[in-house]
Design a protein around this ligand. Structure first.
Ligand code: SF4
Ligand code: SF4
Length: 391
């Protein structure tokens, strides 16, 4: 990966607004375990918008985060109204939700403000219920499943984010195929890098990925446009371009996070419960501004070389560049967790074999998807045309 030498903070383009520490779930791998009850108050929310407006740059995307932001739909609407009335073209909004509270009222809010959302859903009932549980310990699958038709009706391109733990490694194939069969087109999947992974878990996962590579191959042969991040992101780094500094994660720089208290953090993973143990990671607050020295130190460390990657041929293709993932698992932005490294070494050959097979087959969709710079736009226009024909 190319390392930048002259590093200066750049204008903010993405801000995650944690509007509450509260949540209606208790996912076993949650990094902001909802212990505290605090919500963002309105003066802090307005001050956050004023502060962000002061950042150079034309546009900032704000993601409502938590906890679970849909517990505070009125506050979300209040913030958007304030931002749009005071700074008409500066802000776009989206949300990150566990999906339990999605209802017509929320979807109306999304339509009104052109707001999209990312849905955290691990997969089929077995996979979802293994880790994403309610405060009473029950699985949350049924609570989300009942909303899926409405979600896909609102936006068929809704991104699903799924997390794999050692306990759910055997369920990956069934879960991912379930998500695609259910109608989702975009699945982002990652490991819980803090879990206790062993070699057998990764062997199990390799088998699941191999099965999924056949599913993905067949889907592309049938002309189905699916996106599965473990495959798509690694094919892109081979066919389009290797990863550059900041591509995967630009914490404390173009991307920041704001806690309900108004404290600024490098990324949502650093907020935790915003107690004294977390406040040492803060890079300022919306009332007094950035602590630029702390901010720059994070950026420099995040842009520095990753360990142990110097001589590795996968550097630039491997997902070693997310400072938050590294920091959470190893305590350092630049030190890659062992499981991430082993996972990359296991997954890359499977992905390369899949890409070679599609290339040799002269697969039309594969070539458009991974070699045409206009694929996203042309594909969207094509899908709209198919939809309007079907009406
Ligand atoms: S839904 Fe999100 S915030 Fe809530 S417990 Fe699960 S991971 Fe944590
Ligand atoms: S495979 Fe391991 S050593 Fe190689 S770039 Fe990735 S994390 Fe670094």
């Amino acid at each position: 990966m190319k390392i930048m030498k002259d590093i200066k903070p750049r204008p903010i383009t993405h801000a995650a607004l944690s509007i509450t520490h509260r949540c209606n779930l208790r996912c076993k791998y949650c990094y902001s375990v909802p212990k505290a009850d605090r919500d963002m108050d309105i003066p802090t929310a307005y001050k956050t918008i004023d502060f962000l407006n002061g950042s150079e740059g034309d546009r900032i995307t704000i993601t409502f985060f938590g906890g679970e932001p849909l517990l505070l739909m009125d506050l979300m609407e209040n913030i958007i109204d304030y931002a749009w009335s005071k700074y008409p073209s500066k802000f776009a909004f989206r949300a990150s939700t566990n999906g339990v509270l999605i209802n017509q009222c929320f979807l109306e809010l999304c339509r009104k403000y052109n707001m999209s959302f990312v849905l955290s859903l691990d997969g089929n009932s077995e996979m979802q219920n293994a880790n994403r549980i309610t405060p009473t310990g029950k699985g949350s699958f049924a609570l989300v499943e009942k909303n899926i038709d409405a979600i896909l009706g609102f936006n068929p391109y809704t991104i699903v984010v799924s997390v794999i733990t050692p306990e759910t490694a055997t369920l990956v194939y069934d879960s991912v195929t379930w998500l695609f069969d259910r109608g989702f087109k975009y699945v982002v999947q990652t490991l819980d890098h803090n879990a206790d992974w062993n070699k057998n878990d990764l062997v199990t996962l390799a088998k699941q990925y191999k099965q999924l590579s056949r599913f993905y191959f067949n889907a592309l042969e049938e002309g189905k446009k699916i996106y599965y991040s473990p495959f798509d992101e690694r094919i892109k780094t081979r066919t389009i371009k290797p990863l550059q500094c900041g591509d995967l994660c630009d914490l404390a720089n173009t991307q920041i996070a704001v806690a309900p208290s108004g404290r600024l953090y490098p990324c949502v993973q650093f907020i935790g419960n915003d107690t004294s143990e977390h406040q040492k990671f803060s890079i300022g607050d919306v009332f007094t501004g950035f602590n630029q020295e702390k901010r720059l130190n994070y950026v420099k460390e995040n842009y520095g070389p990753k360990k142990p990657c110097d001589d590795c041929e996968l550097n630039g293709r491997c997902m070693n560049g997310c400072g938050c993932v590294n920091w959470r698992a190893t305590g350092k932005l630049n030190l890659v967790p062992v499981v991430l490294c082993e996972h990359e070494r296991m997954l890359m050959p499977i992905v390369d074999k899949l890409a070679n097979k599609l290339w040799k087959k002269n697969n039309e969709l594969f070539k458009r998807k991974f070699y045409s710079p206009f694929f996203a736009l042309s594909s969207y226009i094509e899908d709209c045309a198919i939809k309007s024909k079907g009406r």
